[in-house]
Design a protein around this ligand. Structure first.
Ligand SMILES: Cc1ncc(COP(=O)(O)O)c(C=O)c1O
Length: 404
């Protein structure tokens, strides 16, 4: 063994589990209670589902909240309800989960990739302006990792060009921009409750909005095209059954009670970890202070500079850090537009114009983030103690010392 790194059999810097989801007897009780009523489903927006929607809308400060099966469907319903037409262009970042862009294809629209800002990894407003054409109809800014996008500029651009804004807030439950909850600023905001997310019921999704007609259409689309006041077997729009269950709703209602405190804890730990990591040569935490008053740290991301680590590739560095006990990995291996879906145009039955071609797309900031720079620490470990944050920094120092 050439050094005492855990990857070579040495002692771990931190040997601790960071459980997720966090739950206790109260979560078990709410699920058991609803299970014992037999009222599990949600054919008529049943009471626990409606209670969750009311509670989430009031938490986000929006007029409406609407549950659905997952974050991907939330995005798709919002986009379709916005009135996009086949062939319309929708601006998305390439540093995000596939759903942000695949829902655009599923709406027969064309995702246009716009690069991210090198300091925040969120979509760069100046690049959005450059990508707008006469076919552009909407922007999907992603509050990536739980950090707010530059919403003042994005909303100003959307106003100027008459575009709809659908916030992908799937990482951003409880996070804020200028003291407003993320998701509440654009035309609609979409959330995921999948297992890894900061608020979870295993699976699930939510859309928040202040727009009456958007709400009515999304409500219809998630409920097989039914409309308010219509009969059970009247179907007015092309929807599907995208409803969640009462069982998920009671769990989310109980989990929601913990969200604000957990978000503040992650935010506090994130700021503290920033102060520790910025002292390490070759490590740069992502920038803060650009309007995000509360960061949900669904992912804590720092930038890694291999030249300060004897040219150790990012992948090996992240594996070494994970072996030291820091719950981390290298994140997306390549930008979204490099996915076979886009490169091979595997668009199946969707009516995407023939001339659409992703082979020449190049977003250098995203490429650098994926290939060389970004390292991700997951949200559950951001609920740890100050001492844990110190150990995360210590583990990086240990690797640096060993490789130099
Ligand atoms: C940024 C982003 N958008 C959308 C989604 C889709 O959410 P879901 O998995 O609930 O469909 C995810 C899920 O990981 C995500 O990370």
């Amino acid at each position: 063994m050439k050094n005492n790194l855990a990857v070579n059999g040495g002692p771990k810097t931190i040997d601790k589990k960071f459980p997720w989801p966090v739950f206790d007897q109260t979560d078990i009780e709410v699920v058991t209670d609803i299970a014992s009523t037999g009222n599990w489903g949600n054919p008529n927006c049943d009471d626990r589902v409606m209670a969750l929607e009311d509670e989430f809308a009031s938490y986000c400060g929006t007029k409406y909240a609407l549950t659905c099966v997952n974050g991907s469907v939330a995005l798709r319903l919002a986009l379709i309800a916005c009135g996009v037409r086949p062939g319309d262009e929708v601006i998305v970042p390439p540093y995000t989960f596939i759903a942000t862009a695949s829902v655009v294809l599923e709406a027969n629209c064309v995702p246009v990739f716009v690069d991210i800002d090198p300091d925040t990894y969120n979509i760069a407003p100046a690049e959005i302006e450059r990508a707008i054409t006469k076919r552009t109809r909407a922007i999907i800014p992603v509050h990536f990792a739980g950090q707010a996008c530059d919403m003042d500029r994005i909303m100003a651009i959307s106003k100027k060009h008459n575009l709809r804004v659908i916030e992908d807030a799937c990482h951003a439950h409880g996070a804020e921009y200028k003291n407003k909850k993320l998701g509440s600023i654009g035309d609609a905001g979409c959330f995921s409750f999948q297992s890894s997310k900061n608020l979870t019921s295993g699976e699930g999704g939510m859309i928040v909005t202040n727009d009456d007609s958007l709400y009515d259409m999304m409500n219809s689309l998630r409920n097989v095209g039914r409309v308010k006041g219509g009969q059970w077997y009247d179907h007015h729009n092309l929807g599907c059954n995208y409803r969640i269950t009462q069982l998920q709703s009671v769990l989310l209602l109980n989990q929601l009670k913990r969200l604000e405190e957990q978000t503040r804890k992650r935010n506090e730990n994130g700021l503290y970890l920033n102060s520790l990591l910025k002292e390490i040569d070759g490590i740069t935490p992502l920038a803060r202070g650009l309007g995000e008053t509360l960061h949900s740290y669904h992912i804590y991301i720092f930038k890694y500079d291999r030249t300060k680590f004897n040219d150790l590739p990012k992948k090996e560095f992240s594996e070494m850090l994970a072996a030291e006990g820091v719950p981390c990995f290298m994140g997306y291996p390549y930008p979204l537009y490099k996915q076979p879906l886009f490169q091979e145009k595997n668009f199946m039955c969707y009516a995407i114009p023939d001339e659409v071609d992703y082979s020449e797309v190049s977003c250098p900031v995203t490429e650098k983030a994926c290939y060389d720079e970004a390292v991700w620490i997951m949200q559950n470990s951001m609920l740890g103690s100050k001492d844990d944050m110190m150990k995360f920094a210590e583990a990086i120092r240990k690797i640096q010392k060993a490789v130099l």
